[in-house]
Design a protein around this ligand. Structure first.
Ligand SMILES: C[S@@+](CC[C@H](N)C(=O)[O-])C[C@H]1O[C@@H](n2cnc3c(N)ncnc32)[C@H](O)[C@@H]1O
Length: 231
C-alpha cells in the first residue's frame, strides 16, 4: 500500500507533485480552490482542518506556509500586513508526531536543516528555499554557479512574468511545472525539491517501522521469557 502524505498550504501542487513522484499518495489542504491542483484537496483553513482531520492516516506531512512576510519580492512596507503562520504551523507539525518538512524562503524564521537551489537539480532557476525537517537529510552537491555565463537564459520565477524575466513557458520549463497559471507558479516549490526531501522521509519512515517491529518483537520475547531455576 502506498505511503500517504498531507500537503498543507498546497496551492496548485508544486510540492504535492514532488511527493507523488516520490511514491506518496497525496491529499492537499489550502484555503483557495484551484482547478489546476492535480490531487485530492480539502479547501479550508489549514488550522481548522487540523482540528478534525485524522492525522493517523498519514505517514508524512509537508507544509509551505505563506512566505510574503519574509519574501524579498514583498515591498518592506507591506510585509507586516501578511500573517506569520510559521510558529503555529511548527507547533501543529510537532504535535502530530509524524515525519514532517516545513518549507519557506531564505529569510523566514525556519531552522535551515536543508537548503536547496535549482543548480542541485539541473533546473534553470536558482530559487533558493530552506527546509526544516525532523529526520536526517544529506543535501545534494551543488551544480555550476548561477550567472549569465554559466546559465544563459536562467529565470527568476517571480512577479508578473514576461520580458527580461523570461517567458511563461521558460518559467514552466525551469520549474518542471506545466499545469499551473502564472499566479500559482510564482508561489510554487519545484517538484524536484519536494521529491528529494520526500525520498529521505521514506528512509526515516522505513527505519521507524523497523524499530517499532523490533521493539514489538523484543516485548513479545520478554513476555515469553521465563526465569530458569538456578542449578
Ligand atoms: C506559498 S503558497 C504554497 C505553494 C505550494 N506549496 C506549491 O508548491 O505550489 C502558500 C499557500 O498558503 C495558502 N494559505 C494561506 N493561509 C492559509 C490558511 N490559513 N489555511 C490554508 N491555506 C492557507 C495560500 O492560499 C497559498 O496558496
Amino acid at each position: 500500500m502506498a505511503l500517504k502524505a498531507l500537503d498543507l498550504f498546497c496551492r496548485a501542487g508544486g510540492a504535492s507533485m514532488g511527493l507523488k513522484q516520490a511514491g506518496f499518495d497525496v491529499i492537499g489542504v489550502d484555503r483557495i480552490y484551484s482547478k489546476n491542483y492535480p490531487f485530492q484537496k480539502i479547501v479550508g483553513d489549514a488550522f481548522e482542518v487540523l482540528t478534525w482531520l485524522d492525522l493517523g492516516m498519514f505517514d508524512f506531512i509537508w507544509a509551505s506556509p505563506p512566505c510574503q512576510q519574509f519574501s524579498k519580492a514583498t515591498p518592506s512596507a507591506r510585509r507586516a500586513m501578511h500573517d506569520d503562520l510559521i510558529e503555529p504551523t511548527r507547533a501543529a507539525l510537532e504535535a502530530s508526531g509524524k515525519s514532517y518538512c516545513m518549507e519557506n524562503v531564505e529569510c523566514a524564521p525556519l531552522r535551515p536543516d536543508v537548503v536547496l537551489t535549482g543548480d542541485m537539480f539541473g533546473l534553470n532557476t536558482y530559487r533558493k528555499r530552506i527546509f526544516e525537517v525532523n529526520f536526517p537529510v544529506l543535501a545534494p552537491a551543488p551544480g555550476p554557479r548561477f550567472g549569465p555565463e554559466t546559465r544563459p537564459g536562467s529565470v527568476t520565477v517571480a512577479g508578473g512574468g514576461g520580458g527580461s524575466a523570461g517567458t511563461f513557458s521558460a518559467w514552466c520549463d525551469a520549474m518542471g511545472i506545466h499545469w499551473m497559471n502564472r499566479r500559482e507558479i510564482v508561489q510554487a516549490v519545484p517538484p524536484a525539491y519536494a521529491r528529494f526531501i520526500a525520498d529521505w522521509a521514506k528512509n526515516a519512515i522505513d527505519d521507524r517501522a523497523e524499530m517499532l517491529l523490533a521493539h514489538g518483537q523484543a516485548e513479545k520475547m520478554a513476555g515469553q521469557a521465563r526465569i530458569l531455576p538456578s542449578e
